[in-house]
Ligand binder design. Structure first.
Ligand code: NI
Length: 412
């Protein structure tokens, strides 16, 4: 058990008036203030992947108000709470909020800015955690047909948390799972709930070129991996531009390069690393195969050897029709059909919710998080934050989606 942790923030100056009426009406004044204070507290105390111990202690305390049947610790710093349904034998559905932060120094200037040097909720998971708690409150007040599991998942940013939660067995037998992400491209009150691709496969690669070191003044005695790496980086750019059908989204980014340590020494080894993003299995395989072929080709041409390691990350999220329809219906019922907006782009970011969807039917949404007049600041940057109001939208839409899914599955 955790020691009790006092929240450091109050709801302060949160202005409730901008919330859509149907959503505002779902929460009592006290609950609204508690959720805002929770969110701001989490924002002020961000913790990195698998180090979210204070975060999960705070969340565990916040769950008490939802009177859960049980709260299970999973995946080191995660929690799964079971909220009672009206029919305990009906199929169980789940809603998930991720809880981890990023190694970024915050520059939002918010009064509840991070107190942890170099760590920041720059992806809005503070709001995701708070809306999962909000959904628990709503489902406690008006239960779904069957039990609902509220999953507070650690370590999304390193792509390991969802797999760890699944491995715990806590979600065995779950009939459907729903999750969402804040998005400042959309205003608070707007929701993306559409079938099709919502996030990309996010694979990482590392290529090691090995040659023969020599004095920098005698290059003919070397087999130079630095030249090889430079040519390889340039050649890899030909894969997406020349091998992938231009109508199919794909990204190959070389993000790291390491070689050498002195200006007069040709090193033995050069390594490059980066990320591959795709939304379909064929292109995902093509990028990996072409990368191996080009790396070995460059290596042969320059007398080097190449070792190519490709680490498969989360698969893409491709929302199915049926489960997405429940989410769309929930959002439209709460916010009006005009609030349900198209994504409008292909999102090439990865999201480890995809691991759940590989074995559990489900859908993933985007929840508008920009205040009126605000900028569309991208996530993973020092000035990113989600507007407070987005937490109530996320909580309400996820709770209502769970109810619709639960009712439909129970009657099937
Ligand atoms: Ni995120």
């Amino acid at each position: 058990m955790h020691e009790s942790v006092a929240l450091s923030m109050t709801a302060g100056d949160f202005d409730h008036s901008g919330l859509p009426a149907k959503v505002a009406a779902l929460f009592g004044d006290e609950q609204r203030a508690a959720l805002i204070a929770l969110r701001r507290d989490l924002h002020q105390h961000p913790e990195l992947a698998f180090a979210e111990s204070r975060t999960s202690a705070v969340l565990e305390q916040a769950l008490v108000m939802a009177d859960p049947v049980s709260v299970q610790r999973v995946a080191r710093t995660g929690l799964v709470a079971r909220i009672r349904g009206r029919d305990r034998s009906a199929p169980v559905v789940a809603v998930r909020g991720d809880i981890d932060a990023l190694p970024i120094q915050e520059a939002t200037g918010l009064p509840f800015s991070s107190r942890n040097e170099g760590v920041m909720h720059a992806c809005g998971h503070d709001v995701h955690a708070a809306w999962a708690i909000g959904a628990a409150y709503l489902l406690a007040a008006r239960p779904a047909t069957g039990d609902v599991l509220v999953v507070l998942q650690p370590a999304e940013e390193i792509g390991e948390g969802a797999a760890a939660v699944l491995q715990s067995g806590a979600l065995d037998g779950v009939a459907a799972i729903f999750g969402a992400h804040v998005d400042r491209r959309f205003l608070v009150g707007q929701v993306v709930a559409q079938a099709g691709p919502l996030a990309a496969a996010a694979d990482t690669f590392k290529i090691t070129l090995t040659g023969r070191g020599a004095h920098g003044a005698r290059p003919h005695e070397s087999v130079d991996p630095v030249l090889g790496a430079a040519l390889l980086i340039a050649s890899l750019q030909g894969i997406v531009s020349r091998r992938v059908n231009p109508s199919v989204p794909a990204v190959l980014t070389v993000a790291t390069m390491q070689a050498g340590s002195a200006s007069n020494v040709i090193p033995e080894i050069a390594t490059i690393g980066g990320t591959l993003r795709t939304i379909d299995p064929a292109t995902r395989a093509l990028l990996a195969n072409e990368m191996r072929r080009v790396a070995h080709g460059i290596a042969v041409a320059h007398d080097l050897t190449a070792e190519v390691l490709i680490d498969l990350g989360p698969p893409p999220i491709v929302n199915p029709e049926q489960e997405t329809a429940w989410a769309r219906q929930a959002a439209a019922g709460l916010l009006g059909i005009d609030a349900v907006v198209p994504l409008g782009i292909t999102n090439m970011a990865g999201e480890d919710f995809a691991y759940y969807m590989a074995s559990i039917p489900g859908a993933f949404l985007r929840i508008g998080a920009r205040e009126p007049g605000g900028e569309a600041t991208p996530a993973h940057t020092p000035r990113f934050f989600a507007a407070d109001g987005s937490l109530f939208i996320g909580a309400a839409v996820l709770a209502e989606t769970a109810r619709l899914a639960s009712a439909t599955l129970a009657s099937a």
